[in-house]
Write a new protein. Structure first.
Length: 268
């Protein structure tokens, strides 16, 4: 079972959690940080090699959570062009294409291996989607997508894997292909999520930024940070709020606090 609440206040830490985070101030060395940045693509490629298509569950919640995909149509069967920025192995992409026959999807990922998995999926069809490898911080999306042509961009658990200094480059890149008046739908890790509290000492790269044992990195967003990031690139904020869930593992009698940011930003 789980309960969920949405709102603008961050999760309140228990005294033990606050103490653990306060103690953990030692940052990973600059040398190792540079190495992680240089090897980011390799580390994600290895992640997909180890986990193939089994790690993430297919996300059929996307259309439930983001009624936007229905709401941004002016009439029922209107064709929509979407961009899934950071598609992984297609866990959002394929459920979406199955559920909505009037979607054409562009999808890209940093990992060449993930892109291959998408192309090998039996549901993959070049008539309905175009998938390509792309580093969103430096490869121009205009090489694969016409300017001002996309109705909706989904950015789901993607920005957190990118160095905070480079996040603005992703938003700038996406801005060019989005139609005026259309939106980016965002969902990612919020500050004080369970995953953030589980990092062992020696995993910290910077404020709210950590490295996992496999070398992949994760940033945990505050509402203010995300808002400033989008607004600085010319987007308008429509919705930006924390989603707090408590997931109960009955077998082990564990209550796990999950915190996400769910947001919507519009190109004027």
């Amino acid at each position: 079972g789980a309960f969920q609440k949405k709102g603008h206040s961050a999760r309140i830490l228990s005294p033990e959690e606050a103490e653990k985070l306060a103690k953990d101030q030692v940052l990973v060395s600059d040398f190792k940080q540079l190495k992680l940045e240089k090897e980011a693509q390799k580390n994600w490629d290895l992640f997909y090699k180890r986990n193939s298509t089994n790690f993430f569950k297919d996300r059929h919640w996307t259309t439930r959570e983001f009624q936007e995909l229905k709401a941004c149509r002016e009439f029922a069967d209107q064709k929509l062009t979407i961009l899934e920025a950071g598609c992984g192995v297609g866990n959002c992409l394929f459920p979406l294409l199955e559920e909505d026959l009037n979607i054409f999807a562009y999808a890209c990922d940093f990992s060449p291996r993930a892109v291959e998995y998408v192309k090998q999926n039996p549901l993959y069809s070049t008539e309905r989607c175009k998938v390509f490898q792309c580093d969103l911080t430096k490869d121009d999306l205009l090489e694969n997508i016409p300017a001002d042509s996309v109705d909706v961009v989904t950015l789901i658990f993607v920005l957190s894997a990118i160095h905070p200094d480079k996040m603005h480059l992703v938003l700038k890149n996406i801005y060019k292909v989005l139609k005026p008046g259309k939106c980016v739908l965002f969902r990612d890790y919020g500050v004080y999520d369970h995953a953030m509290l589980r990092f062992k000492s020696g995993s910290k790269l910077g404020e709210n930024f950590y490295v996992r044992q496999d070398g992949t990195r994760s940033y945990f967003f505050t509402e203010e940070f995300l808002s400033q990031l989008f607004k600085a690139e010319g987007y308008e904020q429509v919705v930006n709020e924390y989603v707090q869930r408590e997931t109960v593992n009955r077998k082990e009698d564990l209550r796990v606090p999950r915190v996400f940011l769910q947001s919507k930003f519009q190109k004027p």
